[in-house]
Each structure stands twice: as structure tokens, then as C-alpha cells.
Design a binder for this molecule. Sequence first.
Ligand code: PMP
Length: 321
Amino acid sequence: MKVFNNVIEMVGNTPMVKVTNMDTGPCELYLKLELQNPGGSIKDRIAVEMVEQAEKQGKLKPGDTIIEATAGNTGLGLALVAAGKGYPLKIVMPDKMSQEKVNNLRAMGAEVVQTRSDVQKGHPEYYQDMAARMAEENGYYYVNQFENPANVDAHYKTTGPEIWKQMNGKLDAFVCGVGSGGTLTGVGRYLREQNSGVDLVLADPAGSILEPLVNRNEEVEAGSWLAEGIGEDFIPTICDLKLANTAFAISDKEGMQTARKVLEKEGVMVGSSSGYLIAAALRYCQQQTEPKRVVTLACDTGNRYLSKLFNDDWMRSQNLL
Ligand code: PMP
């Protein structure tokens, strides 16, 4: 067994497991366990790539402070990388995100600023606008996963090829969500280059603007949803939404209950966004008339949501039980 030189080397090469106790119709459904990254989510991959590219391009130098706008997981990935490389880290996140993520970030030495979840892009208290402004005023390096091509590169170079190899080149569909769009764009491009017939399926929380765009080319006003890390009120610069050939709008109830069922039936403790992804993947599988091989992601660990989706009182308070 491999012994690593440091924790950053342990990012990626995550295992895949077959879903065996849920209704996958005529299909085989596989979960790629991104929760097994050292920082507990898929975002470790982009944290490494974005920091290393910024260093190579001379945009990030020893002594600089890093700032990022995040639902939390990119922050946790950056906290690993920043600690390893000695950069101070500031995180701006919307206040709907779980307290576990905030505590975890603070324990790792990051300074966390929480801002409003009920405002949209362009508002001074929107998390991305706030991070950009703090960077401008204080000379921090703003990573900006929503506009940073290194985010897409990380998935094109690692997540995509790993999936293709693990499936032995036999893959019919990949299901993912969009937060920054890095996963969809990077994995999607790689997979389509291997097999142009691969279905790329978007799992979107009901209330997000993306599903109506993909399915009906319809522009809607953003609503609100409880999933952390997926669903958007704008299309991020790096996101190539046209890659998705179909989309499913998943309600909070279906998404959160699916996350709980995956733990109960499959023994994998996934976070909230993964519940929506797996719900969409199951629906896609159940609609098929031919057997297909489908992959989706366990994006992050459910440990970060013990006070929310795995807490009956919280579930009840949100009318999700
Ligand atoms: N799931 C979780 C838990 C996330 O934190 C994120 C990133 N915000 C995503 C899914 C979406 O991935 P991407 O940013 O690559 O679209």
C-alpha cells in the first residue's frame, strides 16, 4: 500500500462503489466517493489545482493571503492546501451553510466571514461580491472558482480520467450538479472526448435557474433551496451548461430524503448535494428501457450535516419528513 509524503498528495484517486439496494431500473449505478478526499469533498481537487496554477503564473507568492467565496467545501480544500503551503486563508460563505463547515474551517485556521444567503449576484452582501471587494481593498489573492479555468482543468485532468478508467471505458451517463460548473465542464468535456454519446445529466435543486434553461431554454427568477453547493442564480463564467443534454429538478424533500436513504441502504454517509445527485441518477436509471452504466458522485461527507439532514428536528422544522 502506498505511503504518501503529505496530505495534498492524497487528493483524488477516489474509490467507486455500486448501488445495490436501491431501485436502479435496468441500469447499473455507481457512486464515486469524493467524500474520501482528505478534506472530505470533491473540492479538494480544485483547491490543489487553483493554488498550484496561481503559484506557477506568479499570481500567488509567499506571504500572500488567499480569499475565496464558497459554500464551504472549496474553503475546506483550500484550508488543507493553504496550511500545507503557509498561506493565511479568508473564507466568505452564505449564512445558510452548516455550522459544522464553519467550525471545521475555523479549526483549520481559516478566518470565516458569513454573509447573507437571501441576496443575489450584484448585491454588496452577496458572498462572491463581498470576497471580490475584500480582495481588492486588502490586496488578497481571490481564487474565484466561478471564473477560474484551473477549476475545470482539475476535473478534466483527474476526475474525468479516473471515472473513464474505473468504468473500463464502458459508460453511458454521468450525473452531476452545478455550483461553479467545474465538475460538469471538466468531467463532461473529458468524457465526451472519449465517447461523444455519453449522456451528461444535470441534477438541479428546484428553485435554481439551471434546470429550466437546460430542459426548456426558459429563463426563470431564482428561488431558494436547501442543498449546499449546488443550484445557481446565475451561470458561472466557467460553466459550459450546453454540455448537459437533460436535467432533473429535485425538490428539497426528495434530495434530503435520498441522502438519508443512501446511508440506510448503501452504508455511505453522503452530504446534501449528493442526495439530489443520486435522486436524479435514480430517476434517470428508472426511465431507461435498455441497461445502462451510470456514474454519479458522493460529493462530500454527511458528517458535515449532522445538525441538518441527519437531524430529525431540523428535517421536521423544514417540512422534509
Ligand atoms: N456538491 C458540493 C457538496 C459542493 O460543495 C459543490 C461545489 N460548490 C458541488 C457539489 C458542485 O460542484 P461544482 O462547483 O464543480 O459545480
